[in-house]
Unconditional design. Structure first.
Length: 313
C-alpha cells in the first residue's frame, strides 16, 4: 500500500488535546505520529512535559519521544532535518504521517525552514539588556561561550548588542545563531495540511490547564524534579528551564511557597498557551478547528479526516 495523503500537521496550545486527537486519527488513516514537542524528546522528563502515557504510545507508533538525555542540546534545525527524513522512512512502509505538537519553532523549521531574523523575543531581549547593564557584558559573554562558543569566538566580550542577540536566539529557540546562519531556508519537500486546534471558550482551556497541573503534582512532579537533580541533571539545562520544571526548582531553593509554586506553574502555562496561539495564527494556510467544551478526541479527529479526504479526492 502506498501513502495517499499529505502529511497532516496538528498544532495548538498546551492541554488542548493534540495527542489524543492524533492517536484517534492515526488509527483511522493508518498513520504514525511524529511528535513536535521540544521537551518530550528528553528521557526522564515525563510528568512535567505531559508526555503520552504507555497506553497512548502503544495505541499508535510515535517518533521523537525519549530520544535524548536532558543534558544534550537539540535545535529546531536538527529536528527539521531528522523529522523530514523520518517522513520518507514512514511513507516507504506504506503508512501515512501525522505531525502533532505545540512547539512552534519545531513546526516552523519542519515545514518552512528558518531565518535567524525571524526569531525574536522582545521581553527576553529587554531582560538580557538589563542584565548586561547591571552585571556587565562579560557575564553574558561567558554564558554565550557555554551555549554557542563559535559565535562567542567571533565577538568581543564588550560587544553587548551582539552578545544579547546571540543569547536571545538561543534562549528563545534552543538554536545556536552560529548554526542558524549556515542553514538555508528550505521548505518541506512534500505536501501537507496544517490544522490548528483552539478552544471555543478560552476559560475551558484554562480550566484544563489547571486540572493538568493538579494531576501532574498528584502524579509526582516534585519527586520527578528531585530525581533529575539527584541524577546530576543541572537546573541550568535548557530542558529544565521550562514551565513545569523551573517553578519547582525555585520552590526547592525557597523562592516560592508551595501554593505560590502551584499558581506560578498554572499562570506560566496559560501564558505559554497564549504565545502558542499567537504564533500559529501567523500561518495563512492553517485550518482552524474550534474544540467545544466536552468534545471528544474522536469527534475532532473526524473533522480533520473529513477535511483531508476532501482535498485528497
Amino acid at each position: 500500500m502506498k501513502h495517499t495523503l499529505p502529511v497532516i500537521v496538528i498544532a495548538g496550545p498546551t492541554a488542548i488535546g493534540k495527542t489524543a486527537v492524533a492517536i484517534e486519527l492515526a488509527r483511522s488513516i493508518d498513520a504514525e505520529i511524529i511528535s513536535a514537542d521540544s521537551r518530550q524528546i528528553y528521557r526522564l522528563l515525563d510528568i512535567g512535559t505531559g508526555k503520552p502515557t504507555t497506553e497512548e504510545l502503544a495505541a499508535a507508533p510515535h517518533h521523537f519521544i525519549d530520544i535524548l538525555d536532558p543534558r544534550q542540546e537539540y535545535s529546531a534545525g536538527q529536528f527539521s532535518r531528522a523529522a523530514r527524513a523520518r517522513v520518507d522512512e514512514i511513507r516507504s512502509r506504506g503508512k501515512n504521517v501525522i505531525v502533532a505538537g505545540g512547539s512552534g519553532m519545531y513546526i516552523e523549521a519542519f515545514l518552512y525552514g528558518f531565518f535567524a531574523a525571524e526569531i525574536r523575543d522582545k521581553k527576553l531581549q529587554l531582560r538580557l539588556k538589563k542584565r548586561a547593564q547591571s552585571e556587565g557584558s562579560e557575564a553574558l559573554y561567558r554564558e554565550l561561550q557555554q551555549v554557542d562558543p563559535e559565535r562567542a569566538s567571533e565577538l568581543h566580550a564588550e560587544d553587548a548588542h551582539r552578545i544579547v542577540r546571540a543569547l536571545e536566539v538561543f534562549l528563545s529557540s534552543g538554536m545556536k545563531l552560529s548554526e542558524l546562519r549556515k542553514q538555508p531556508r528550505v521548505p518541506a519537500p512534500f505536501s501537507f495540511q496544517l490544522f490548528g486546534l483552539y478552544p471555543a471558550e478560552r476559560q475551558e482551556l484554562y480550566d484544563k490547564i489547571s486540572l493538568r497541573v493538579d494531576h501532574m503534582l498528584v502524579q509526582g512532579l516534585l519527586d520527578e524534579v528531585r530525581s533529575l537533580l539527584a541524577q546530576g541533571i543541572s537546573p541550568l539545562c535548557n530542558a529544565m528551564l521550562t514551565v513545569g520544571y523551573r517553578e519547582p526548582l525555585q520552590w526547592l531553593r525557597g523562592g516560592y511557597t508551595y501554593p505560590e509554586m502551584v499558581e506560578k506553574i498554572k499562570q506560566h502555562s496559560r501564558n505559554y498557551a497564549k504565545k502558542q496561539l499567537t504564533w500559529f495564527r501567523r500561518y495563512r494556510e492553517m485550518n482552524w478547528i474550534a474544540v467545544q467544551a466536552g468534545e471528544t478526541p474522536h469527534s475532532v479527529a473526524a473533522k480533520i479526516e473529513q477535511s483531508v479526504m476532501r482535498v485528497a479526492v
